[in-house]
Design a protein around this ligand. Structure first.
Ligand SMILES: [Zn+2]
Length: 369
């Protein structure tokens, strides 16, 4: 046998911690939050689907909008409205009972899931270049991302095994070796020894997805998460998470292999307050805090610190050391954005550049890595 088991180890401190916001996924096709609702309301496939009809009817009944002038409600206000009835345990009307409201919220999340997945399936050029820069300049990096799309992981493929392994930084059901999980435990746990050829030295990369991920399926019964790296489909007819079997040419519904419970999505909605207590998110927040504390340099890319992200602000406020270098990369750094960063860091450096330009600019890459 020419391979042996290796423990992947993290260095004591991190050279660079990257923080990705929506502006990082946008160049590879992921819609910005303000574009998502208009897209949901104007997508034929959604309009003709069972769950799409229910959600669109709800929006029509409760929000006025004008597609001619492109005036739509904010996604956030939709969630806040739904969450109001959920939190108060009230019904809105005899049609929109409290349990109907719960269902509409879950359907809306699934439609977002559908739209983001649809738009982002093919292109991932910018993230690919980012990983090339990691390989070339410095592999002692970690990533915190506020994006729930999976482009960064898809773009990682050429690095897998040869350069390293992705570490989602919490326990996945895939790591269980039991018989019922045999279809899923191909995913390596980078915190356990991995098989590796003697001549290569792979490293682990923490990828902390604070707002969840499209390829995570959460079981509300055993409180575990299943990673389905390549299945991100939502069946719009039934509103369920599905996976496709080539063998039988059928879409199967995902249920928990351990207890048979139907899976939920695991993405944090803009009005996060109610589900931030979810075990997984709490763990990721602690892990993010540790990374912020040990980072020599933190580089924000395409992140605007929206007011809804108070938990992210709290995280940096608590853990960011005054000596840590902070760099902010954005195509336009407005005064209000600069002030947001100055309220968490003493002397942040602002670089006017888009993510696409950043990954092409050798001088800038050398400086930032
Ligand atoms: Zn379960």
């Amino acid at each position: 046998m020419n391979s042996n088991l290796k423990y992947l180890q993290y260095p004591e401190s991190r050279d660079v911690l990257f923080v990705f916001g929506a502006g990082a996924s946008h160049p590879d096709g992921v819609p910005l939050q303000r574009h998502i609702l208009p897209m949901i309301l104007n997508d034929d496939e959604i309009a003709n689907s069972d769950i799409g009809k229910i959600v669109i009817q709800f929006i029509n009944d409760n929000f006025a909008f004008d597609s001619a002038t492109n005036d739509y409600p904010h996604l956030e206000s939709l969630f806040l409205f739904l969450d109001h009835f959920i939190q108060q345990n009230e019904s809105l009307s005899k049609t929109y009972t409290n349990s109907a409201i719960h269902k509409i919220k879950e359907y809306l999340i699934k439609l977002i899931h559908f739209i983001v997945n649809k738009e982002s399936d093919i292109k991932k050029k910018t993230y690919h270049k980012f990983w090339e820069a990691v390989e070339k300049h410095n592999t002692n990096i970690s990533i915190i991302t506020l994006n729930y799309d999976t482009l960064l992981e898809q773009a990682f493929e050429f690095m897998f095994k040869r350069i390293g392994y992705l570490d989602y930084s919490f326990h996945l059901m895939n790591y269980n070796k039991s018989a019922e999980l045999k279809h899923f435990n191909f995913w390596r746990d980078p915190r356990q020894p991995v098989e590796s050829e003697p001549q290569i030295d792979p490293v682990p990369f923490k990828l902390i997805k604070l707002h969840g991920s499209l390829n995570w399926k959460y079981c509300n019964c055993c409180n575990q998460t299943l990673l389905t790296p390549w299945d991100r489909e939502v069946d719009l007819k039934k509103g369920k998470l599905t996976w496709y079997s080539k063998k039988s040419d059928t879409n199967y519904e995902y249920v928990c292999p351990v207890d048979g419970t139907e899976f939920d999505t695991l993405i944090l909605t803009p009005s996060f307050a109610k589900n931030i207590n979810r075990q997984v998110v709490t763990q990721l927040i602690s892990e993010a805090g540790r990374e912020i504390r040990i980072a020599k340099k933190i580089v924000f890319i395409g992140y605007s610190f929206s007011n809804a992200d108070v938990h992210v602000r709290a995280l940096f406020k608590k853990h960011l050391h005054p000596d840590t270098e902070v760099i902010v990369i954005n195509p336009r750094n407005s005064k209000s954005l600069e002030l947001k960063y100055k309220s968490i860091a003493i002397n942040p450096e602002f670089i006017n550049s888009s993510f696409e330009n950043f990954v092409e600019d050798e001088d800038l890459l050398k400086r930032v890595f």
